[in-house]
Ligand binder design. Structure first.
Ligand code: SAH
Length: 210
């Protein structure tokens, strides 16, 4: 498939997401800008613009585009905001968020060193100024806090670790899949001066946080 063909199927995906989701144009145009086929392994390229999760190696998966769009929207980010991601994987979701907030504003941690190294190289090659750290998201980027928003692309056990929520400023948001009674829910936390507001955004399926 040529770049033009990829762009055409990507436009179809964005149109389908526009019909199906209540996503903002800002998020949809970010999805429309990121070449997902460059992020997935060669055998998955032909399916890069199908709205489904795809294997990225090391037993991990990149989320379906509609999930990336939903989570990006829930972050309520704008240009200039600084965002912390736990679970870089192939780097696709980080690139979508970087399209919204701009260069130098996305910080992403990935515990599998090979995935971190590949994502760093790929993001750089594609012109995304995203900082990738190899290691546990509970420990990465403490010195870059506070962030305007944070999100997890792996499911947290029971609740989002305090170490991650603590990296977000008052008024900021955390979006994460969280395990509950053996299932997972997508939650959005809003950090308040006197505590944390929690909203439920439905059932989801993510790889577990390690
Ligand atoms: N956002 C990614 C999705 C990757 S899947 C993308 O666009 O491709 C989730 C990732 O979270 C996996 O790569 C997994 O290795 C990583 N992960 C799991 N537990 C983690 C932890 N404690 N710290 C950092 N990354 C973690």
């Amino acid at each position: 498939m040529s770049d033009a063909d990829h762009a055409a199927v990507r436009r179809e995906l964005v149109n389908a997401l526009r019909d199906r989701l209540d996503a903002s144009e800002r998020t949809l145009s970010a999805i429309g800008a990121v070449p997902r086929h460059e992020f997935v392994p060669e055998p998955q390229r032909a399916s890069a613009y199908a709205d489904r999760p795809l294997p990225i190696g090391h037993d991990q998966t990149v989320s379906a585009p509609h999930m990336v769009a939903m989570m990006t929207d829930l972050l309520e980010i704008e240009r200039g905001d600084r965002v912390f991601e736990v679970g870089t994987g192939c780097g696709y979701h980080a690139a979508v968020v970087a399209e919204v907030v701009g260069p130098g504003n996305v910080f992403s941690a990935e515990r599998v060193p090979e995935l971190a190294a590949d994502a760093r190289e790929r993001l750089d090659r594609l012109g995304y100024d995203v900082t990738v750290a190899a290691g546990d998201g509970r420990e990465a980027f403490a010195d870059e806090a506070p962030f305007d928003a944070a999100y997890l692309t792996c499911a947290a056990p029971e609740s989002v670790p305090d170490a991650i929520v603590d990296r977000v400023r008052t008024g900021g948001r955390v979006v994460a899949p969280v395990r509950e009674d053996g299932r997972q829910r997508l939650v959005r936390l809003t950090v308040r001066e006197d505590g944390i507001d929690r909203e439920d955004h439905g059932g989801v399926r993510f790889v577990p946080m390690r």
